[in-house]
Design a protein around this ligand. Structure first.
Ligand code: GUN
Length: 286
């Protein structure tokens, strides 16, 4: 079997078109969705991510605000900027690009964002809402993975999903989303003994550890669906995921490529979260 690709670029284009249409409808009601992105310091990868987020906002007809600060910005000053954006009616989503410089407590900063504008879904209020099944913002990367499964019409009910990785940004929220869709979920991590024992039982595998070749063909049940969240560089400096793509594609039924898989979906889900935040405000004021 050669797996079919789940194309994150094509799916993103389709979803972003729908986002742009909904944003236009909102603008006609006098509300333009607005996202504020804060970048502290000059991490090169962060600069690229932030640029892509701002560009995607503009293409969708959003208002976007990029605030860049020197790496020496103090934590109290950053908290003040967030407090100002919390009160700014033109802004429906606030994103502080991570990582932050070492002298800043990232969790303290995330908790300063109003949960109503926490479009990254990193606030403990958002995490608690996901855990309890209440409405709230879902973290964009695992939410994008779920949309990719939806795009192939995959019904998770009763399926065994194995998540490799337990980060607050991907692994843990991914597990909760899969659970909410009635999958049986196993979370594996760096301390897991005999990872292949678990992955071989999986109908769906989400690899999100940030290490190349964590998943190879011999670890995958024929016909499984494989989602690759990794963003690594191979020996030639080319972007690659956590999955041995060439090997695993011979065994899986569906697989996401890197690049062009989960990556573009993260920004798409950020647009959707920001749009929905703006729609909530518009509905409250109408
Ligand atoms: N850094 C890497 N990924 C992300 C993300 O999804 N959101 C934020 N805020 N920072 C990041």
């Amino acid at each position: 079997m050669t797996a079919r690709l789940i194309d994150g670029i094509a799916l993103s284009q389709q979803l972003r078109k729908q986002v742009a249409a909904r944003a236009q409808a909102l603008r006609q009601r006098g509300v333009q969705p607005g996202l504020a992105v804060i970048l502290v310091g000059d991490n090169p990868a962060s600069q690229v991510y932030v640029r892509n987020k701002v560009k995607a906002c503009e293409e969708a007809g959003f208002h976007s605000l990029l605030e860049r600060y020197d790496a020496s910005l103090s934590q109290p000053a950053l908290l003040e900027h967030i407090a100002r954006l919390n009160l700014d009616e033109r802004i429906h989503g606030i994103l502080v690009q991570l990582p932050l410089p070492d002298h800043i407590d990232a969790q303290r900063v995330i908790e300063a964002i109003s949960p109503e504008k926490d479009v990254d879904g990193f606030h403990i209020a958002s995490a608690g809402a996901l855990m309890t099944g209440l409405p709230g913002f879902w973290p964009c990367t695992p939410y994008g993975c779920l949309k990719m499964l939806d795009s192939i019409g995959y019904d998770l009910k009763g399926k065994h999903a194995v998540v490799i990785g337990r980060s607050n940004i991907v692994g843990k929220p991914m597990a909760l989303m899969l659970l909410q869709r009635n999958a049986t979920v196993t979370v594996c991590h760096s301390g897991t003994q005999n990872l292949a024992h678990f992955t071989r039982q999986a109908d769906v595998i989400v690899a999100a550890v940030g290490r190349r070749n964590v998943l190879t063909a011999d670890m995958v049940k024929p016909g499984a669906v494989v989602l690759d969240v990794g963003m690594n560089r191979n020996d030639e400096g080319k972007l690659c995921g956590d999955v041995d793509f060439e090997g695993v594609r011979q065994v899986a039924s569906y697989i996401t490529p890197v690049p062009g898989g989960v990556g573009p979906m993260t920004i798409t889900m950020l647009l959707i979260n920001t749009l929905e935040s703006a729609e909530r405000v518009a509905n409250l004021s109408s």
